[in-house]
Design a protein around this ligand. Structure first.
Ligand code: ATP
Length: 312
């Protein structure tokens, strides 16, 4: 366990604690438009929450402190830039109280992996602090604060499946007609999301990138729970940029396909890769093959949809 700041939380004396479990996401479609004058890109993002979770525990403390454990914890900032810390501050400011809380993050979501781990912790911290401080914020109020923290944060709160447009933060919930099985291969080291968008812009220089639009066949496959149809419709416009920055990911994708995956793609901005399996048995076989190939450092099997941030 890494401890953030000199002042470790002193409020251990039987005080209440609140733990929130929050899922990772995979973008089953990541449609990216050309760079706008403000530098952002218009997105047509189909988010699916998967059963790979971080847990954020809030307990009273003398000052705001963050600790983190789990794979990749060494890469997680423990200062005010941590999205969980920013969430606690934002909520406290809104209510005119001090953000005196110790937040402990138990990490399973790959760090800087394109699965919105930081965003997940932001949403979880918001819900945990709201509960600990007895603020009783409405869902709409929490969603508004989530959107201010980052464009992927609102989805971490709601989970399930959703279409995000604009910068990805305006969400419409989507119906999911069945369970899907996934394997995620964790790459060695992370990829910076801004760097991947920069590479996208470089690769598309001089190209008129059409406005992104949600794929109808993809939404239909989601609605009916049809895994082969979903596999055929998966798409990620950031994949060429992620592969350009990390060419070795192509081998990981090929390995998973050869091991029986219905489809393989880079998750979000990468470098985590996602493999859709036909069932749980196939998922285990794909995970084994990926690990044995040495093209990734860890694998996770997971199912979707998963519920959003939940108080345990
Ligand atoms: P996204 O898919 O939303 O683009 P990501 O999954 O690629 O994000 P994150 O795990 O969210 O990446 O981490 C991106 C960066 O955010 C990290 O390198 C880290 O410096 C910073 N960060 C801030 N707070 C957190 C947090 N709670 N957990 C992980 N990273 C965090």
């Amino acid at each position: 366990v890494r401890e953030g700041g000199a002042a470790e939380a002193a409020g251990g004396g039987g005080a209440d604690t609140v733990t929130v479990r929050v899922p990772a996401k995979v973008n089953i479609q990541l449609g990216v438009g050309g760079a706008r004058p403000d530098g952002y890109h218009d997105l047509a993002n189909v988010f699916l929450a998967v059963s790979l979770y971080d847990r954020v525990t809030a307990r009273p403390a003398d000052t705001l402190t963050i600790t983190c454990e789990g794979p990749g914890a060494a890469q997680v900032p423990l200062d005010g830039t941590n999205l969980a810390a920013r969430a606690a501050k934002l909520l406290a400011e809104r209510h005119g109280i001090a953000p005196d809380v110790h937040l402990h993050i138990a990490k399973e979501i790959p760090v800087a992996g394109g699965m919105a781990g930081g965003s997940a912790d932001g949403a979880a911290a918001l819900l945990a602090c709201d509960t600990l401080w007895g603020l009783g914020s409405s869902r709409a109020e929490l969603l508004e604060l989530c959107a201010r923290l980052g464009s992927d944060v609102p989805f971490s709160l709601v989970g399930g499946a959703a279409l995000g447009v604009g910068r990805g933060e305006r969400l419409t919930p989507l119906e999911v007609g069945g369970e899907f099985h996934w394997v995620f291969a964790v790459a060695d080291g992370g990829l910076s999301t801004p760097a991947v968008y920069g590479e996208f812009d470089r690769l598309n220089e001089g190209v008129r990138v059409p406005a992104p639009k949600a794929s109808e066949p993809l939404l239909a496959a989601l609605r009916t729970g049809d895994a082969p149809a979903l596999g055929a419709a998966l798409s990620n416009d950031l994949q060429p940029a992620a592969l350009s920055l990390r060419p070795s990911l192509a081998t990981t994708l090929t390995t998973g396909r050869a091991a029986g995956a219905l489809a393989a793609l880079v998750s979000g901005s990468g470098p985590t890769t996602a493999f859709l399996a036909s069932d749980a048995v196939s998922a285990v076989a794909i995970a084994r093959a990926l690990l044995a190939s040495g093209t990734c450092v860890a694998t996770h099997t997971a199912t979707s949809p998963a519920a959003g941030a939940t108080v345990l």
